[in-house]
Design a protein. Sequence first.
Length: 462
Amino acid sequence: MDAAVRVVTSNDKLTASVEGIECIMIEAMIQNYAGDLHCAWMTARRASAVAQMLGLHRGSSKPSTFKVLVPETSSGFDPDQFCCRIIEMDRYLSLTLGLPQSSLETRGFGAEAMAACHPLDRIARLQCIIADRILSRRVGGPNKKKSENIQHIDEMLKEAAALMPSQWWLTPDLDANNLTAPNPLPEVARAMYQFSHFHLVLRLHLPYVLRSSGNSMCEHSKATAIHSAREIMSRYIAFRKWNTGIYYCRGVDYLSFIALIVLCLVHIDARNQPMAQHEVVLDHSRPSDRAMMERTVGILRIMEDDAIATKLSRIMEYLLQVEAASASGIGYNTSTSEVDEGLATECDGRFVDEENGVLQLQIPYFGTITLQRGLAPSTVTAAGILSTQACEHTQPSLTAWDNQWSLLDSSEHMGELDDWTLQSINEGLFGDLLGFGSTDQGPEPVLDESFIHIPSSLEMGE
């Protein structure tokens, strides 16, 4: 791999061609499979730049006009399809990491081109278009058009789902019988597009998940996010039962991480809103939800020699500890602060006050989430309550972090883990959950001022 990068994909004379872009994308795919999403994002961005330099984004009825190293490459070459695949990877990585998407465009997303596509290819292109809408909403800019608000994007997702028959949406059968199939790729591809679909649904509704329940949009978004999180985790369990390889499709490990965090927080939040419509449903579904979350953590824990899996499972266990506390009656108040004074260099979670049950989750480039056990909502200052506004105050008593209580001690069993990827995933996730950076012009629900007055005792699981 290193030799190929040094000799081929880093050689501008070779990569300034269709074959060169293919090699760059193979490099990005390998990095993505290995879980190095940041490097994959940068590599895909390089492929986008070369594609633009060659004019592939303009398309052409004469493939021979594009630079190739071997004449045979021009035969059957479709620049629109080629660009679609580059954009597909770029937007998936951008959405997962909370980073900007590339400026690469293609005629392949036009109505005429979409109509001529196979349904599976059409759903892939629609997912790219939807990802663009969600990414544009997150990063700001001019006010969104009415057609790009949350309801419209939600309808686009429903239209994309309707392109495939209902049986297609069953969890793919990836058990041992399929290992002997001559070509398991169709089932794997189906699983990947399902993961992508439910990830898009989850991302779309994240800004409303932790809002108060007095708004119908909030209730719809919460219910939809809960459903999507469950769908992701059920498919993750089936997928990893089929393939437990450490270096295969690591992106799904991150998607399961996102889904588990959302489902945990929704359960915690629901117990602070006993009159909410979704709270009764969650009471009955908690055992099965908890089982899925614990199974997800168990899958990652099995990969004990893998730094990525170890870190993900530890963070998941930390959150499940708090969720278990909420279920058993211990109350929590939650506050957020965007001030880290440059101290946050990696995602971390710690007990900062064992006696009073104060837990902190540190998210680099976002700030700190503090969960304090047993305080009534009225005892927390207004500036400290979870809010869509930037909080400029931290609690002085919580600034000294004692390493002995670290739940995510990176000095042990972490290996050469690049926390950059996890930092960005958490930044994007919590930025969406808490409303920072959202420019959606839909109705603005009021954020519940006591976000997590939870009941519970502490238990770590997955």
